[in-house]
Design a protein around this ligand. Structure first.
Ligand code: ADP
Ligand code: MG
Length: 367
C-alpha cells in the first residue's frame, strides 16, 4: 500500500471574500468524486496545472466528512495492531491546525479530538466483547520540534532544557523520543484537559521566544495497549502531526530572529521534500537522519498506515507556495508502506497453551 495523500481546500475567510480564487477541485470524470486540484501556471495564466491525489476535499467539506472518510476507517486497523500516522502539510494559514485540532464547537472539532473519541469508543467495545478479558489502555504523549529540538508539551515550558530531548532508534527500527512524558487517559474528558493544557504550553513557549507556534511541528502520539487476562500484550500507536508552515521564507519579509528560525524549519521541511523525492525515485539512500522531524516521521519506513493531508488556501496570494506544496505532496503518493501489524508480546507466561494468539484470533479483518 502507498502513503495516502489527500488535499483539502479551505474556504475563504470573511476578510478574504473580495480576493481572487485560483485553486479548484475537479474530478477525472463527471459525477465522480474529486481527485484533482487545478491551479494556473504563474508564468502563463492561460496554462493550467493539474495534480492528482487519492481524494480532494473542496471548500464545503465539513470536519465530520473529512474524519469519516479519511480517519475513521483506520480505527479498526489500529486496534488490530497497525500503527497509523496522519500528518497535515501546507503553508501557514491554509488550515492545518483547523484540520488537526479544529475549534471548540462540536461541529468544528478536528481530526484529533474525533480520533480520540473513536479510540475510546472502540476501546470500550473491544473490552466488552473480548472473550479473554482484554484490558485497553490509552496513553498520550505530545511534543513539538522547534529549531530541530524536541520539547515535551505535557511539561510546563519552565521545565524545558535548552537542548531538548534526544532521539533513539529502537531495535524494531522505530525512532523514539527519550524521556517523553506519557499520560494515561481514561476518557475524552481526560484527554481534552491534557490537550488544552499542552496547547497552552505550546503557545506560552513560543511567546517566550517571540516566535509563533505555527513555526514548530506538533506531534501527538496515542499509544493503545491491549492486554488479555493471560498476559498477551498488543501495542499500537496513532500519531497525528501538525507540521510547521511550508512557505518559502525567502519570499516573505522576515526579521533576523525569524530568519534563524526559518532556516531550521525550512531545513526540516526541505529534508522532508528530499526524502519524498529520494523514496519516489527509488534511491537507496534516503536522507532521514538530516532532521529530527524526518527521523520521527520515517516516511515509508514505518510499517502501517500513513495519511498525508495537504492543506490549501485557494487564494492568489499563496500562488507559488501552493504550487510548491502541491508538487511535494503529489510525489508522496509514490511512497510504499508495508501493512504489518505489531507483534503480540507476553508480559508473563500464558496460563494455558490454548490461549496462545487468541488476541490475534480476536482481530477483525482489515477494511
Ligand atoms: P495553519 O495551521 O495551516 O496555519 P489554520 O488552521 O490556523 O492554518 O487556519 C487559518 C485560518 O483559516 C483560521 O482562522 C481557521 O479557523 C480558518 N480555516 C482553516 N480551514 C478552515 C475550514 N475548513 N473551514 C473554516 N475555516 C477554516
Ligand atoms: Mg497552525
Amino acid at each position: 500500500m502507498s502513503v495516502r495523500v489527500v488535499a483539502r481546500i479551505r474556504p475563504l475567510l470573511e476578510k478574504e471574500l473580495d480576493k481572487d480564487i485560483i485553486v479548484c477541485a475537479d474530478s477525472a470524470e463527471e459525477g465522480k468524486p474529486h481527485t484533482i486540484v487545478k491551479i494556473p501556471s504563474p508564468k502563463n495564466e492561460a496554462e493550467e496545472f493539474s495534480f492528482t491525489f487519492n481524494s480532494v476535499y473542496d471548500q464545503s467539506t465539513s470536519q465530520e466528512t473529512l474524519f469519516t472518510s479519511e480517519v475513521q476507517p483506520y480505527l479498526k486497523s489500529l486496534f488490530n495492531g497497525l500503527d497509523v500516522t496522519l500528518f497535515a502539510y501546507g503553508v501557514t494559514g491554509t488550515g492545518k491546525t483547523h484540520t488537526m485540532r479544529g475549534g471548540l464547537k462540536l461541529a468544528d472539532r478536528g481530526v484529533i479530538p474525533r480520533l480520540l473519541s473513536g479510540i475510546f469508543r472502540r476501546g470500550k467495545k473491544v473490552a466488552k466483547e473480548s472473550e479473554n478479558d482484554t484490558m485497553v489502555e490509552v496513553a498520550l504523549s505530545y511534543y513539538e520540534i522547534y529549531n530541530d529540538k524536541v520539547y515535551d508539551l505535557l511539561e510546563p515550558p519552565e521545565a524545558r532544557t535548552p537542548l531538548g530531548l534526544p532521539l533513539r532508534a529502537e531495535a524494531n527500527g522505530k525512532t523514539v523520543v527519550v524521556g517523553l512524558t506519557e499520560r494515561t487517559c481514561e476518557d475524552l474528558k481526560d484527554f481534552e484537559k491534557l490537550y488544552i493544557e499542552a496547547n497552552n504550553n505550546r503557545v506560552t513557549a513560543a511567546t517566550k521566544l517571540n516566535a509563533h507556534s505555527s513555526r514548530s511541528h506538533a506531534i501527538l502520539r496515542v499509544k493503545i495497549t491491549q492486554t488479555t487476562a493471560d498476559g498477551q500484550v498488543l501495542t499500537s500507536t496513532a500519531s497525528a502531526i501538525d507540521l510547521a508552515g511550508s512557505e518559502d521564507n525567502r519570499r516573505t519579509d522576515n526579521n533576523r530572529e525569524r530568519l534563524v528560525e526559518s532556516a531550521a524549519i525550512n531545513k526540516s521541511l526541505f529534508v522532508l521534500s528530499q526524502c519524498i523525492d529520494a523514496i519516489s525515485r527509488g534511491d537507496k539512500r534516503i536522507p532521514y537522519r538530516e532532521s529530527k522531524m524526518t527521523r520521527i516521521l520515517s516516511l515509508g519506513q514505518n510499517n502501517g498506515i500513513t495519511v498525508m493531508i495537504l492543506n490549501l488556501a485557494p487564494l492568489r496570494s499563496y500562488h507559488l507556495d501552493t504550487l510548491s506544496s502541491l508538487t511535494v505532496s503529489s510525489r508522496a503518493k509514490r511512497i510504499e508502506v508495508r501493512e504489518i501489524e505489531n507483534e503480540v508480546v507476553f508480559k508473563q507466561m500464558p496460563r494455558t497453551q490454548s490461549s496462545l494468539s487468541s488476541l490475534k484470533a480476536n482481530r477483525q479483518p482489515l477494511r
